[in-house]
Unconditional design. Structure first.
Length: 123
């Protein structure tokens, strides 16, 4: 799940977490498990007990009126990758953030406005 430069995680930025839980249970039979991360509830979607994706309430900065998926690519260094992306014309929308017990993440909008996240797992 964390091979360098491969997509490694998908996360739903939800405008209605409870409605999305019901939808993905009905369509994909995903179970959901809520976890507390620094006072924020993060939902793990599971297929046959295996974590397959995550979901969180869309942050206020997310101006998209709809829920949206964000794909993460594993990198060796989140901060360096964010700087490279910015130098190439991207806009950083989530500076490097460390998540206890998980690793580091960050996200950008590329030169055409597409979002992508970067992930460095704990070693």
């Amino acid at each position: 799940m964390s091979e360098i430069h491969h997509f490694s995680w998908n996360e739903l930025l939800s405008k209605d977490v409870e409605k999305d839980k019901v939808f993905y249970k009905a369509v994909l039979d995903w179970d959901s498990e809520d976890k507390d991360f620094d006072g924020m509830t993060y939902t793990l979607f599971k297929a046959n007990g295996v974590e397959v994706a995550g979901m969180m309430p869309a942050p206020a900065e997310c101006t998209n009126p709809n829920s949206a998926w964000l794909a993460y690519v594993t990198v060796q260094n989140v901060e360096a990758t964010l700087k490279k992306a910015e130098a190439a014309g991207a806009k950083i929308v989530l500076p490097k953030m460390d998540i206890e017990g998980v690793g580091s993440i960050g996200a950008i909008l590329d030169v055409m406005g597409a979002s992508i996240g970067f992930y460095k797992p704990l070693e």
